[in-house]
Design a protein around this ligand. Structure first.
Ligand code: IMP
Ligand code: MG
Length: 187
């Protein structure tokens, strides 16, 4: 029997994986902090969490267990035209919300803000539906890649300009199940 290797790629037996960007422990700690902060900010208000499919699913499910104010949940799925790793800003709604959001306190839960173009579209689309407020909670942000300036009220971690996978984030629909966030290897 061979010993498991030391690098992530060896342990996972996958040469596409690079180094860990955010460990499972750091994810858990930060999600707890964000949940506490959101609970304080929304005390006495009726919160509507909007999870952006599919990448934010793991983050949302951990985050909402750390939120102790009454909240409701809805889902939206969007696709951005572009290459595998670059969004174009032209966004298509694949699945819209189940219910109207007029008068609601909306918190968009996103996996990652890269160029910011997807989120810019979402903020415009949801903002036009007369919510009482719209804020953003993003697990990750890549400041170096930002093309548009956006109000992201809650952010988990800033990461370097690498393609990230794990904890919900995918590359070609793979790696969403990793309990940590890793970079794709640079070959
Ligand atoms: P943006 O429109 O460029 O901000 O990209 C937004 C979407 O692209 C995110 O919601 C992700 O689904 C995807 N994305 C951007 N960067 C990454 C990454 O590093 N790993 C996985 N998905 C990413
Ligand atoms: Mg994606």
């Amino acid at each position: 029997m061979t010993e498991p290797g030391n690098t992530l790629a060896e342990r996972m037996d996958d040469s596409q994986l690079g180094e860990v960007l955010v460990s499972a422990e750091d994810l858990q700690r930060r999600v707890r902090e964000l949940g506490a902060e959101i609970s304080r900010d929304y005390a006495g208000r009726d919160l509507l969490l909007i999870c952006v499919l599919k990448g934010a699913v793991l983050f949302l499910s951990d985050l909402m267990r750390e939120i102790d104010v009454p909240c409701q949940l809805d889902f939206m799925a969007v696709a951005s035209y572009g290459s595998a790793t670059d969004s174009s800003g032209v966004v298509r709604i694949l699945k819209d919300l189940d219910a109207p959001i007029a008068g609601r306190e909306v918190l968009i839960v996103e996996d990652i803000v890269d160029s910011g173009l997807t989120l810019q579209y979402l903020l415009r689309s949801l903002g036009a539906r007369d919510p009482a407020s719209v804020e953003v909670c993003a697990l990750l942000t890549k400041p170096e890649r930002r093309k548009v300036d956006l109000p992201t009220r809650y952010v988990g971690f800033e990461i370097p300009n690498r393609f990230a996978v794990g904890y919900g984030l995918d590359f070609a629909e793979r790696y969403r199940n990793l309990p940590f966030v890793a970079a794709l290897a640079e070959h």
